[in-house]
Structure formats: structure tokens, C-alpha cells
Design a protein around this ligand. Structure first.
Ligand code: ASP
Ligand code: MG
Length: 422
């Protein structure tokens, strides 16, 4: 008997028929003797629908008063789905009770639309579990210290599930989703991509931050901080699949680098097209320059990712960095109207058509020549590298967006990640 959290995404909760299937699956786990807590998302499309209604009435809901209302509205999607799931379980003869975040309570800060969880009270959850009930808790939401409803940002139900699992010290948190696990890369780009049986927590964190969309990054951070064993698995298997088989399926995110870990130097290839590159040419090469440029960017609340400063010629140098593509126009304007005149730089250039491709693997800690192998594979396909950045377990390159798929496929092959052809 174990203490288990299940998380179901919007697709799994997409209709009453599907909710009935979720209920049957959860009831099967409960009948096997497990103490069950379930954290579902809103029915698919519901959060978009709700926020769409809000937008019709106030297109720019940016100030805190308006954002509070967005959370009030968006949080109802999950409230409906927990109630429906509780009814479906009761219809199966399985006692169940649902709670909205504020009833638990799930306490958060007051950053509406992107709140962070601060604490979760487990008393009520444990009392219901002791009474033999399945406990169903809304994903995506909580309550702040003033009693206002908050939401955690899009995709936030993953984080809710992991946070609940941490609070009750669950044995495992199972994230049921529309893919059957974590893959070496996106199978839509590389059909030979393989599902990983295990991935280390550190690798998963890199993959999520570098563009893999399987889990919301904050959920992975949470799992790391509280060492919650996480499993990503398919919600499309028949609900009556053998429980022991189901419990081993998908991808387990582990904390131990034990023998069970697959012994690959590189575990996965991540990519994203969400960044843009800017370059400021001919800036004086003297102390404080990086600060003057990036300080102005930080003040405008724009995140900077990869940074390169060239060697200088005649006391002048070029400085490039990447920013989220959504901030591209803003950063160009800032550089042209403020930074360039202040520094007496000669020119500002930008390119939004770039992408970042990364190789990730804890094996990189103990192997040399991994980056060189990456660069060779790219050069063999004639792909020019514009920027490079590395950390202990990843190497990223910035390249022209039009070569993204070619690069991902070449790297997948070069690092022997392709599934053996049958
Ligand atoms: N329903 C929310 C969303 O669509 C939260 C989630 O599904 O994780 O973003
Ligand atoms: Mg999701």
C-alpha cells in the first residue's frame, strides 16, 4: 500500500466519458489498497475559453486589479473538473471528495496569474484519506494571504500535483498525459526518437528549461527541491490495464544515478524557437560595459540567455545576446534609443529567426570531447554556429532557424539516440 498522487491533464478530463475513464483508473488504484490523491486540470480548451471571455470585456488586463479577476475566472475550470471527477468516482462506488485550492488550503503569494505556492496544509487531506476517501484537489490554483484566489500560470497543474505530493510525502507522483513518457527528443521532429525509461532530475530540469514541453519547469524544480519521485505516463492506455504494468510504464524521473540509469553520454536533444539574437557593434572595451548594456535590459524586465562578447580591436568590441522572441522589438528599441547613444556604439543589429539546439546529459560531466562531437556533426551538415553556451550537463548552440530540424536529426544520430531500426 502506497500513498500516490495522480495528475490528469485537460485532454484526459476532456469529456464526461473521459472523466469516467479517469474515475475507473483511480478506483482501480484505490481498490488495490493505495491511498489516492488526484489533481486534475480543467477540461481541455476550458481555460482558453474562460480567458477568451475575459479578453472580450477587457483586452489588456494588466494591472493587479484586473489580474485578480483573471484568476477568479480561470480557476473555475478546475473547480468544475474536480467536482465532476468526484461524482464519477462515487458512481463507481468509490467514496471521494473534491476541494478547491482555497479549501485545502494551498497558500501562494499574490502574484496573480503566475503565483508561487508557499505552503500546503495536509491535515484535511490526511483526514479524508484515513476515512477511505479519494481526495481530489484542483490543479493550477491557490489562495493568497489576503484570501484572494490565485493561479499558478499556464500549465500550472503539474506544479500543483508535485507540490501536493511533496506536502503529503507521497511515494510517487504520476503525471498522466497525452504522451507516453519523456523522449530523447520531440518525435514529431525525429521519428526515431525513443522513450527514456528513466531520466535524472538534473537532466529533466535542463530539458524543460531548454524547450521540452512535457512538464512545466516549475513542477520539475519543485520535485527536485522536495525529492518527489515523478513519473510521466500515458493516459491513453485502457483504464483496466494491469496495475503492476501501469506502475512501471512511462518515464521515471530519478534522483539516484544508479545502475538502472541508461548509460548514455547524451540523454536528449532539446530545441526552441522562442529566442531572438541582438548584437551591439563597436562598444568601447572597458570595465562596466556589459553592466551598462545588460543592466538596461534587466531594468526593462527582459530575460537574457546566451551572451557573447568578442575580442576587441582598437579598444572596441561587439556584444551579442539572446532574449525571448516576444521581447525582441522592445529590446531593439531600447538598444537603439538608449544604449547605443549612451555608449557611442556604432550599430545595433538583430535577428529573430534563430533557434537554440541543446544536447543534455549527465554523462557530459565525466566525458571529454562531447561538445567537439556536436560541432562536428553540425559542420558535416553545413550548419553554421552563431553562439555557444555550456554548463556541466548541457551544450547549446544558436543557429539559423531554418536548420533547426536538420540539426536536431543530425545530433540525434551522432549521439546514438536513434531507436535501432526494426
Ligand atoms: N488549466 C490550466 C491551463 O490550461 C492549467 C493546466 O492545465 O495545467 O493552463
Ligand atoms: Mg499540461
Amino acid at each position: 500500500m502506497a500513498l500516490i498522487v495522480h495528475k490528469y491533464g485537460g485532454t484526459s478530463m476532456g469529456s464526461t466519458e473521459r472523466i469516467r475513464n479517469v474515475a475507473k483508473r483511480v478506483a482501480k488504484w484505490a481498490r488495490a489498497g493505495h491511498r489516492m490523491v488526484v489533481v486534475p486540470s480543467a477540461m481541455s480548451g476550458e481555460t482558453n475559453r474562460l480567458l477568451g471571455l475575459a479578453k472580450e470585456l477587457l483586452p489588456d488586463a494588466h494591472d493587479p486589479a484586473a489580474q485578480r479577476e483573471l484568476d477568479m475566472i480561470a480557476s473555475t475550470g478546475e473547480q468544475v473538473s474536480v467536482g465532476l471527477l468526484a461524482l464519477a468516482l462515487q458512481a463507481e462506488g468509490q467514496p471521494a471528495v473534491s476541494y478547491a485550492g482555497w479549501q485545502v488550503p494551498v497558500k501562494t503569494n499574490s502574484a496573480y496569474t503566475k503565483a508561487r505556492i508557499e505552503s500546503i496544509d495536509d491535515a484535511r487531506i490526511n483526514a479524508d484519506l484515513d476515512a477511505g476517501r479519494v481526495v481530489i484537489i484542483t490543479g493550477f490554483q491557490g489562495i493568497d494571504s489576503l484570501g484572494h484566489i490565485t493561479t499558478l500560470g499556464r500549465g500550472g497543474s503539474d506544479t500543483s500535483a508535485v507540490a501536493v505530493a511533496a506536502a503529503i510525502k507521497a511515494d510517487e507522483c504520476l503525471i498522466y498525459t497525452d504522451v507516453d513518457g519523456v523522449y530523447t527528443t520531440d518525435p514529431r521532429v525525429v521519428p526515431e526518437a525513443r522513450r527514456l525509461q528513466t531520466i535524472s532530475f538534473e537532466e529533466m530540469l535542463e530539458m524543460a528549461s531548454l524547450g521540452s514541453k512535457v512538464l512545466q519547469i516549475r513542477s520539475v524544480e519543485f520535485a527536485g527541491k522536495y525529492r518527489v519521485p515523478l513519473r510521466v505516463l500515458s493516459s491513453f492506455t485502457p483504464w483496466d490495464i494491469d496495475l503492476a504494468e501501469e506502475a512501471k510504464s512511462g518515464t521515471l524521473i530519478t534522483f539516484e544515478e544508479d545502475e538502472k540509469m541508461e548509460k548514455a553520454v547524451v540523454s536528449g536533444i532539446a530545441f526552441n524557437r522562442d529566442e531572438a539574437k541582438v548584437t551591439i557593434l563597436g562598444v568601447p572595451d572597458k570595465p562596466g560595459i556589459a553592466y551598462q548594456i545588460l543592466g538596461a535590459v534587466a531594468e526593462a524586465n527582459i530575460d537574457v540567455d546566451v551572451i557573447i562578447q568578442n575580442v576587441s580591436h582598437d579598444g572596441r568590441t561587439d556584444f551579442s545576446f539572446t532574449v525571448p522572441r516576444a521581447d525582441y522589438k522592445r529590446v531593439m528599441e531600447l538598444l537603439e534609443t538608449k544604449v547605443q547613444p549612451e555608449l557611442g556604439a556604432s550599430k545595433v543589429m538583430g535577428d529573430a529567426k534563430i533557434c537554440k539546439v541543446s544536447i543534455v546529459g549527465i554523462g557530459m560531466k565525466s566525458h571529454v570531447g562531447v561538445a567537439a562531437k556536436m560541432f562536428r556533426a553540425l559542420s558535416e551538415d553545413g550548419i553554421n554556429i552563431q553562439m555557444i553556451s555550456t554548463s556541466e550537463i548541457k551544450t547549446s548552440v544558436v543557429i539559423d532557424e531554418k536548420y533547426m530540424e536538420l540539426a536536431v536529426r543530425a545530433l540525434h544520430r551522432a549521439f546514438d539516440l536513434d531507436a535501432p531500426s526494426a
